[in-house]
Design a protein around this ligand. Structure first.
Ligand SMILES: [Zn+2]
Length: 140
């Protein structure tokens, strides 16, 4: 059994993964709104901030780790589908390693979003990284 996601546990994880030099903004408006709208985060490299719903469950934890991955990997220049996939699969792995499971809603949203980014990049003539399509195929 994983350790319960208590505020102390959350604090410990945040301390471990918060990117150096980034300020965290906890924004309640970014909480999950419905099954189809899981929590959102925003990574802003020019202001060096990460805006996030408060972490209260594995979904919000995963969204936080996703934004941290963007910051750590200095994203913002590469193909969108590739950067989003890098951030998402690393945060899902990390949440799993901590012993938590994101909701079905969160996982479905991941596929919908990645599918959208792939179509968008394809339309703009960006070559699609086969690792991303393979990852989606395995999990679909
Ligand atoms: Zn992202």
């Amino acid at each position: 059994m994983p350790k319960p996601l208590t505020p102390a546990r959350v604090q410990q994880i945040v301390k471990r993964w918060r990117p150096k030099g980034y300020r965290l903004i906890w924004d309640r408006r970014r909480r999950a709104k419905s099954f189809w709208h899981p929590p959102t985060g925003l990574y802003n490299p020019s202001r060096r901030t990460i805006a996030m719903a408060p972490i209260t469950n594995p979904d919000t934890l995963c969204a936080f780790l996703h934004e941290c991955a963007h910051a750590r990997l200095k994203h913002g220049h590469g193909p969108v589908h590739l950067e989003e996939w890098e951030a998402e699969h690393s945060s899902l792995d990390r949440v799993r390693k901590y012993g938590y499971r994101v909701s079905l809603s969160y996982r479905l949203r991941t596929f919908v979003m990645l599918g959208r980014y792939i179509r968008l990049d394809r339309r703009n003539g960006v070559p699609i990284d086969p690792r991303v399509t393979r990852w989606i195929a395995w999990r679909a």
